[in-house]
Design a protein around this ligand. Structure first.
Ligand SMILES: *Cc1c(COP(=O)(O)O)cnc(C)c1O
Length: 359
């Protein structure tokens, strides 16, 4: 069977070229006589893999030298606890709740200190991003946490929020490497890799060096950024294979023009879909225009049964995983870096046909 168009929010599509290379190297990596899955993480051959992966990631994201890159486990959800445990010094942190994951991050931080929600878009089912101004931020808070792209509701910060001189922490799980970002505007960026970079099991953290070393005494060793940085992400066994695939994905992105080119491709794909949604009489996009995500496009017909029928017929036609998150219903097309333009083109064709048949 040929490959389908997979619109899954995560784990999600990887570039076919990357999968083919991983397959070709599966049983014997680079003459080592072993799979990357089978080799010691302390071996010279694996050491070269993780170092090259970091180098390529730094090049791709233009990460300055005073930032560390950590390859961790536990998913973005573990970072919801790691961030307050590492960064709360005064015990105060401000949170923007613009969706489900940022809500979870806020809830987790409250366990460890005085976390305050300074803005939310819950009043309109998270269909927009609240405006943030420096005067909203508590002067003595340690950091401000945002979720940069809301995977479930399909919204994204239109710009880096202005938090004055405060440390900005961003969950970028579903938008990392989708476009250039100015890393220097952030203290910490973290992301589960399974949306736009790799298979599940890897979590990437980018942290400004001066923010490490302030963790509370009772922090679990595995969550301490300083421990992980001092040990080059090898305090324990890292997610070796996922790091290797991430490395292949970074090489693929670099070869295809880096993040400027990724942004162009992603905009082109998202515009095609949103333009159709804006003109459709059947489908309605759910996110406010200014805050639309390029990665996760959410839409509804307004009729739950019709939504269901659409997802079923789409799957039968080779467009899989278009069902919205179980908490919100409707539809969601996740169109990360690896989704080709042609996939979105074909989806729009299919939607037009469905609209004509169900008018
Ligand atoms: C998927 C996702 C998470 C949860 O990631 P896990 O790796 O499953 O813990 C958190 N934040 C955002 C923005 C996500 O998209």
């Amino acid at each position: 069977m040929s490959r389908i168009y997979n619109f899954s929010a995560g784990p999600s599509m990887l570039p076919l070229e990357v999968l083919e290379q991983a397959a070709a190297e599966m049983t014997n990596y680079n003459g080592s006589g072993m799979s990357v899955m089978e080799m010691s993480h302390r071996s010279p051959v694996y050491d070269a893999i993780i170092k090259q992966t970091e180098e390529d990631f730094r090049a791709l994201m233009n990460i300055p030298d005073n930032y560390k890159v950590l390859f961790l486990q536990g998913g973005a959800s573990t970072q919801f606890a790691a961030v307050p445990l590492n960064l709360m010094k005064t015990g105060k942190a401000d949170y923007v709740v613009s969706g489900q994951f940022s809500g979870k991050a806020f809830k987790e931080a409250k366990k460890y200190g005085d976390a305050k929600c300074i803005a939310t878009s819950e009043d309109k089912t998270f269909s927009y991003i609240p405006e943030i101004t420096p005067d909203m931020v508590r002067p003595d808070c340690d950091y401000v946490h945002v979720c940069y792209n809301n995977t479930i509701f399909g919204t994204k910060f239109p710009d880096v929020p202005n938090v004055g001189d405060k440390v900005l922490v961003a969950d970028m799980s579903s938008c990392i490497t989708s476009e250039p970002v100015d890393v220097t505007k952030f203290g910490v960026i973290y992301a589960g890799a399974q949306k736009n970079m790799a298979p599940a099991g890897l979590t990437v953290v980018i942290i400004r060096e001066d923010l490490m070393g302030n963790a509370r005494e009772d922090i679990p060793t595995m969550l301490d950024y300083k421990t992980m940085a001092d040990n080059d992400s090898m305090y324990n066994t890292p997610p070796c294979y996922a790091i290797y695939v991430a490395g292949l994905v970074y090489k693929w992105a670099l070869k295809n023009g880096g993040l400027t080119a990724m942004k162009e491709r992603n905009e082109k794909k998202a515009n095609l879909l949103y333009d159709y949604l804006d003109s459709s009489k059947l489908f309605k996009p759910t996110a406010e225009k200014r805050y639309r995500s390029m990665m996760n496009v959410c839409f509804v017909t307004g009729d739950a049964d019709l939504d269901k029928k659409f997802c079923k017929e789409a799957a039968a036609a080779g467009f899989e995983n278009l069902k919205g998150h179980r908490s919100v219903g409707g539809m969601r097309a996740s169109i990360y870096n690896a989704m080709p333009y042609e996939g979105v083109e074909k989806l729009v064709e299919f939607m037009k046909k469905f609209e004509a048949e169900n008018a």
